[in-house]
Design a protein around this ligand. Structure first.
Ligand code: ZN
Ligand code: MN
Length: 481
């Protein structure tokens, strides 16, 4: 049987986090009542004129340069005509055919292997309004024009991906990139990142690509991955059985976990593109490009590689730390105050993410309370023996959820380590007296019994006794050596 190779390309729409829309001054705030952030421009009244938002251009430029694109001089806004209730002007202003940036690439990593996904183009456009289909009233649909006219960037990849894992890595890379660049909040649940996938399958070794299927309206990572996986299987099965495949647009059904035909097309859609007569061509000067390029932050992938090289972290740790920019900043700021990098990484990945998860809170909130200096202090107190590891975890939990500093917590809750042998010895004797069975078992050679007794001493001292001293003293008192 032949082996089949899938080929996948992705289009990503990311809603830009500028304060106002792309061609008018309406606010882009989310969570406000429907149709309260609208004006004649974004409602498409006759005779109104669009004014290009400079911030939108700046954000688009950041993305294009971060993905190593060539910047077009000029790029051109055109009217893309189509008729739909979410589009009051009956056209969308878009740079689709004359994009801001072209010929870029994005690095992704799958199983420790890095790969390059070429970026065909990055362009600016306006978002459509939001259609709402009330479940209790299937006869009607509602339109919220608050979203209409919000700035978008569309990132179009070349068909360079060949597995679901690569698609997932690419989507993560895009999400991380827009967050690091601070150009989109990328909130999936609010539809701020939306995807379209094109999938084809061919027998391995064939030069020509297989029949291409487009899947529209994918609003979550899960939907993209589900749809791509489903299409690879469906198309492979059809090829194996010798059944025909059609070039078509399909929709993903989240409930049935399947794609279904939306429309088959013999020819491409006719959007009747022509240049938007009310906007001049966009020609960004060298100075602007140079400034944005110079101000680009270090992105997640190179930062992860640097963490491995500079701090001798594992790739796994480096990747988790750079997943969010705030987290990576927090780590580096902790390390700046003389904290061993491996310790800082362990505490952030183990304790901080664990606690955030347990409390169902964003890690950012814990970081705000704790601050890098706080974590550095906790690790410092532990490494110098001021507090035990057990106490350090208590201090951490308190410092990450209240306004108190670690040293205040240690003082207020009397958490300093007890290293004084006499003080520990008296607790050790108490525990020996209370647990004759365990003592007997240890005498018979059961090492676990000693662990149990150590645990009891630690409990009685609220985690403050020096564990090494406890071990030694227990042994000495039981065996008399
Ligand atoms: Zn408006
Ligand atoms: Mn688009």
């Amino acid at each position: 049987m032949a082996i089949y190779e899938p080929t996948i390309g992705l289009e990503v729409h990311a809603e830009l986090s500028t304060n106002s829309k792309v061609f008018c001054s309406c606010s882009t705030e989310v969570g406000v009542p429907p149709n309260t952030q609208v004006c004649p421009v974004c409602l498409g009244f006759p005779g109104v004129l669009p004014t290009l938002n400079e911030k939108v251009v700046e954000y688009g430029l950041r993305a294009a340069l971060a993905m190593n694109c060539e910047i077009s001089r000029p790029s051109i806004f055109e009217r893309k005509g189509y008729y739909y209730p979410d589009l009051p002007k009956n056209f969308q202003i878009s740079q689709k055919r004359s994009p801001l940036g072209t010929k870029g690439y994005l690095e992704i990593a799958v199983d420790g292997q890095s790969a390059r996904v070429r970026i065909a183009d990055v362009h600016l456009e306006e978002d459509a309004a939001k259609l709402i289909h009330p479940e209790d009233d299937p006869q009607h649909s509602l339109v919220d024009f608050n979203r209409g006219g919000v700035g978008l960037i569309e990132i179009v990849s070349e068909p360079d991906m060949h597995s679901v894992a690569e698609v997932e890595a690419y989507m993560n890379a895009i999400r991380r990139m827009v967050c690091y660049l601070d150009i989109s909040d990328a909130r999936m649940e609010q539809g701020q990142l939306r995807f379209e996938a094109s999938v084809s399958v061919r027998p391995e070794g064939h030069d020509e690509l297989g029949t291409r299927v487009e899947i529209k309206n994918l609003n979550s990572f899960r939907a993209v991955l589900g749809a791509v996986e489903y299409e690879i299987e469906r198309q492979t099965a059809a090829l194996e059985k010798g059944e025909p495949l059609y070039q078509e647009t399909r929709l993903w059904d989240d409930i049935r976990n399947a794609t279904e035909t939306m429309r088959r097309k013999e020819t491409s859609d006719d959007y009747r593109y022509f240049p938007e007569p009310d906007l001049v061509p966009l020609d960004i000067d060298d100075e602007w490009i140079a400034r944005v390029r110079a101000e680009l932050p270090e992105l997640a992938e190179p930062r992860a590689r640097r963490f491995v090289a500079d701090y001798e972290l594992s790739e796994y740790d480096a990747r988790i730390l750079t997943e969010e920019k705030e987290r990576a900043d927090f780590f580096e700021n902790t390390v700046k105050s003389e904290t061993p990098p491996k310790d800082a990484a362990n505490w952030i990945i183990g304790e901080m993410l664990g606690l955030a998860n347990k409390r169902n809170e964003p890690p950012a909130r814990l970081m705000e309370y704790l601050r890098p200096q706080g974590l550095a202090d906790i690790i410092g107190m532990m490494n110098t023996g001021t507090i035990t590891g057990t106490a350090a975890k208590q201090v951490f939990a308190a410092a990450a959820t209240t306004d108190r500093s670690p040293s205040e917590i240690v003082e207020q809750e009397c958490l300093t380590q007890i290293s004084d042998d006499e003080a520990i010895a008296s607790v050790v004797q108490e525990i020996i007296a209370e647990h004759a069975d365990a003592v007997e078992n240890y005498r018979k050679g059961k090492e676990n019994a000693l662990k149990f007794l150590v645990g009891q001493v630690m409990r009685k001292t609220k985690g403050r006794a020096n564990p090494q001293a406890v071990n030694e003293l227990l042994r000495k008192h039981i065996t008399g050596e």
